[in-house]
Design a protein around this ligand. Sequence first.
Ligand code: AKG
Ligand code: FE2
Length: 633
Amino acid sequence: MTSHTQLRIITKPKPKVKGKIDRILHCYLPLLLIALWTVTCQAEYFSSTDSIPVLAIAEEDLIQWFRNLLDSQAQDFAVYRDFIERVKEKHAVALEDPEEYLGNPMNAYKLIKRIVVDWTIITENVGYNKGLKALKENLTSLTSETSFPDISELRGAAKGLGRLQIMYNLSTTDLADGVINGVNYGSELSIAECFEIGSNLFEAKEYILAQEWLQLVLKLLKSGEKASSKTTGEDIGGEEYPEDKLMQAENEMNEMFSNLQSNPDDFDDNNENDIDDHLVFFELDEEGNLIDESDNERSNNNEEKPTAFAQDSKANKTLIETLEYLTLANYELGQQDDMQVYLNQILEINPEHVFKDLLAYKHTEVPQNHTDSESFSVLQKQEWFANYSRLCQGKQVEQKELHQLKCTLETRNHPLFILAPLRKEELLADPEIVVYHGLLSDKHLDDILEQSEAHMVRSCVGGASIHLVRDERVSQQTWLSYNSSTTKYIYRMVSAITGFDLTNAERLQVANYGIGGQYDPHRDYFAVGDRSAIGLPWIGNRMATHLFFASDVEQGGYTVFPLLNVYAKPVKGSMIMWHNLHKSLDRDKRMLHAGCPVVKGTKRICNIWVHSGYQEFSHPCGLVNDNYKSAHI
Ligand SMILES: O=C(O)CCC(=O)C(=O)O
Ligand SMILES: [Fe+2]
């Protein structure tokens, strides 16, 4: 075994059961957990915002069922208590003069009867409870009807948040404070939640972002304060954290380190008490969230509390785990000096910590290329990334032509548009990118949603025969035929607007983007030699894209063209349209486009791709070859 392999074995994070969801599953819902593993169909909650409400409904059921359980247990316990109190009275009388009491055959009989019958019934009944039986039945039916997210979903959701950070330059402290792009949504995160995001980003191999979140956790643990009051003023424009408070926190931290050194067992990784910890030390915060005690550090009125923190074993546990992750993240990033800093902190707390062996490997070869091909750091290195991210934020590079674009009303002498002219907005003249506003009503869109809802699956990339689930496209989708009144209407309208023959068009694709859901820059046509295009039923390549926005999006979700300096904000009911091929039918590489990550809200779209066959009369090839226009790309 090479030293490198050994190091990886040593540093492989122990499987930890962390976080609220894990704790619920492990401590409160053991039954549910068993059932979860048997669920075969993955709903992919993070890739679509439509699936998430299902969980909220399931949670409502869980609340009710557990309430019922507790009520029925309270009734049972009241019966036990009543019985015991009554026996206790008799017992007390018996104790005064046992001989006299038991000399009475009736009393002797009663004692024997209590032992033989009453205590037996009570003993047998403890543990059996009607409410528990009902709960088991409910959980069984819930898990057979609903597929629950697993740890990979949680990781997907954490990665979704990370994608938003990268794309929109969102600071970790802002997000932790519930501020997204300057808007305060009041969704402040607890220390435990920041830790969960950090550790899940680590597990998703997003080491740089994981490091940011975990450093924030460390900062919060050290200060024992809310994130907002701990961050520096310029980070969030908030007040500065008083110097003496920082000193005090620092001192307490040091004090805690030295206390811990004298009692390193607190951090034994294999501490068998861990399980009991989970079972016993639950608390609820003001909003009823399950918290561990480290969360208390973020509550508002704990100005006086930092000293309690020194005795707080939960916070200590989070602290050591945070340091472990930070050590490993720095190891993965090849940042040996930083890794050493965190390692030292761990060893100061517990000189016998399992990571002590890492020291021996410090000077061995460090990993150079541990980044996943889907990692954000790889994404950020793409040459289109800067434009992509800028356009997603609604920022265009200033250009003279931008000011010559126009909005027009068009009837096209078509009966459909005489009374209700098309509202056309030009986003770019050449190559033409246009938006038609107000094409679909809420009723149409509700109908599409209803038809598609039950059939949504995680979107794949790779064309017709290759199906790859990739971070490149985080959404769910399905296809609808043109046989309902709404889809027929869309079909007729698109062909009236564009003149295309839609017999050679793909079915209507309906897609929905979830947390951080997006579609990285791509082109819609099939590339030369794309084997997935072989055997497709359509003639020619994807000539034009008609993309309907089926929802407004509160923040994010723009459709952008990084090579053309164009962005379109989703407006419900409108359709953006462009050609993917030159007039010569050569592929137009300028048409690289993307769906930016959704920051807040839900993004729904519908696509129709028209293929080049059958369009000979409506869109004849140009006499002059125009493919030179994209030759430079
Ligand atoms: O969601 C978007 O804005 C773009 C979607 C897209 O490009 C596609 O589905 O091919
Ligand atoms: Fe596309």
